[in-house]
Design a protein around this ligand. Structure first.
Ligand code: P53
Length: 475
């Protein structure tokens, strides 16, 4: 009982949030490079290219690009079995539309993967994590354009071939379903390089973009399996479950409709066809989603090997529209849950919701699952040589790990691994802050970009080390 023997304990990051070195080795400008720093309640600005005198926190991040050896050795010391990161598309294809890859970028990831393997750490790689080449946005309209399929598949094929003996676990698009939250520009821009235009039907554009991404993902799955049949290629969802506010059937219907938009992306990636509720919506709203002959066959043939998801919180919806407000940074419209506490950024802490998410995803898809993000952002500052006592983080993780165990033992969930988000402090995707800290390792840097970048271990470092060495028994 409990976690399987070969369970992949690790940690998760994304290239743009920690590498920095935004121009090193001929790296191109990515969508993350044109996003300024925001704060809780103050959105990041998306600028038209890189402007002078603005704070772009991803440009330097925590300089993992130059310090990865030190950081990987700390991950090794914690006992990581896997490490999830992404390959910055702009290191490999700086503009995105080149025919030949950039060798300096490829070499960087060769070195990183070799370093991980020295410690017995398996790389788990996201192909597209909020960092597509900005050139593709300005020149092609990014994923509005069908040409993106060709660019993405070329990128995927290049890295599949290059790392075919070094990487076995892959995933295509990070949190591909974020873009179904149409209220803020952040989601469509980070997922797909799309900025909505006045007057257009955002949802129709979103479905078109998603169609191209489904074709691209399915082609990547197929190519990957040809290159190495041992590859496990997954999709990646943000799976923050939604509860009805009450037992009023109207609340339950509201929940059903909201969950349609959570499930839509997984339904296509995992089952290989469009779900009836989406096809009906297209018909009812007279949406015309451009497809080419063969697209649906490609999608059917390119279903995923496993499903990876992030889990941070849950939401509540009400059929009473007047009660619904924008929560946790703005993207989601919901009501507060009186049974749950919130983090300082308004994210509702709900360990039991993780068991629920694991169970319903297993029922729906009958695929192995991987929790590739989970964690809590905290304000922390280092005083002299005192170790940071991050008991709130330990409590958060212990409660979530306990629920994963229940999902395995009681619900029969097949769980491959667990990667807490940001094992080392890094730049927040949502706010661009450094001071929304997730790490077991503290990084000396503040929101304005000042600090020595020194790394120090927090109390949770030793706690997680013990969790891994006891295979999740000693919490
Ligand atoms: P930050 C919103 C809700 C859930 C997950 O988020 C999200 C977001 C976007 O902000 O993103 C994932 O840094 C994402 C990571 C991100 C992490 O959650 O806003 O995959 O890139 O850093 C945590 O606190």
């Amino acid at each position: 009982m409990g976690f399987p023997k070969d369970f992949l304990w690790g940690g998760a990051v994304a290239a743009h949030q920690l590498e920095g070195a935004w121009q090193a080795g001929d790296k191109g400008v990515s969508v993350a490079d044109v996003m300024t720093a925001g704060r809780h309640g103050q959105p990041r600005q998306i600028t038209d290219g890189v402007k002078e005198n603005l704070n772009y926190p991803n440009h330097d991040a925590i300089d993992f690009y130059h310090r990865y050896k030190e950081d990987v050795s700390l991950f090794g010391e914690m006992g990581f079995k896997c490490f999830r990161t992404s390959i910055a598309w702009t290191r490999i294809f700086p503009n995105g539309d080149e025919l030949e890859p950039n060798e300096a970028g490829l070499q960087f990831y060769d070195d990183l993967f070799d370093e991980l393997h020295k410690y017995g750490i398996e790389p788990v790689i996201t192909l597209s994590h909020f960092e597509l080449p900005y050139h593709l946005v300005s020149q092609y309209g990014a994923w509005r354009n069908r040409k993106m399929i060709e660019f993405f598949v070329r990128f995927a094929e290049t890295v599949f071939r290059r790392y075919k003996d070094k990487v076995h676990y892959w995933m295509t698009f990070n949190e591909i379903n974020n873009q179904s939250e149409l209220e803020v520009p952040f989601t469509a821009f980070t997922n797909s390089g799309v900025l909505y235009k006045d007057g257009e039907d955002k949802k129709e554009v979103m479905y078109q973009v998603a169609h191209y991404q489904f074709v691209a993902a399915a082609l990547a799955v197929k190519k990957g399996h040809e290159i190495n049949p041992e590859f496990k290629i997954g999709c990646m969802l943000s799976y923050q479950p939604v509860y009805p506010e009450s037992c009023n059937p109207e609340d339950q219907i509201k929940q059903l409709e909201k969950m349609h938009m959570r499930n839509f992306f997984g339904d296509v990636h995992c089952r290989g066809h469009y779900p009836a509720y989406a096809l009906k919506e297209w018909e009812n709203k007279e949406y015309k989603i451009a497809m080419e002959p063969g697209d649906l066959e490609i999608i059917a043939a390119g279903t995923v090997d496993y499903l990876a998801f992030s889990y941070y919180m849950s939401f509540v919806v009400s059929s009473d529209a007047a009660k619904m407000k924008s929560v946790s940074g703005g993207a989601t419209i919901a009501v507060d849950n009186p049974y749950l506490k919130q983090s300082e950024w308004g994210w509702q802490i709900d360990p039991v919701g993780l068991r629920y998410a694991l169970a319903v995803l297993t029922e729906r898809y009958e695929l192995p699952l991987m929790v590739v993000e989970n964690g809590i952002g905290l304000h922390e500052s280092k005083v002299g040589n005192m170790m940071i006592q991050d008991d709130a983080r330990i409590e958060y993780f212990a409660a979530h790990i306990e629920q994963m165990k229940q999902a395995i033992d009681l619900d029969g969930v097949k769980l491959l691994g667990y990667c807490p988000w940001g094992p080392i402090d890094l730049v927040s995707a949502g706010t661009g802050e450094m001071e929304k800290r997730y790490g077991f390792i503290y990084v000396d840097k503040d929101n304005e970009g000042h600090g020595s970048l020194d790394r120090t271990k927090k109390k949770s470092f030793y706690w997680y080390q013990k969790v891994i060495s006891s295979n999740g028994e000693d919490l």
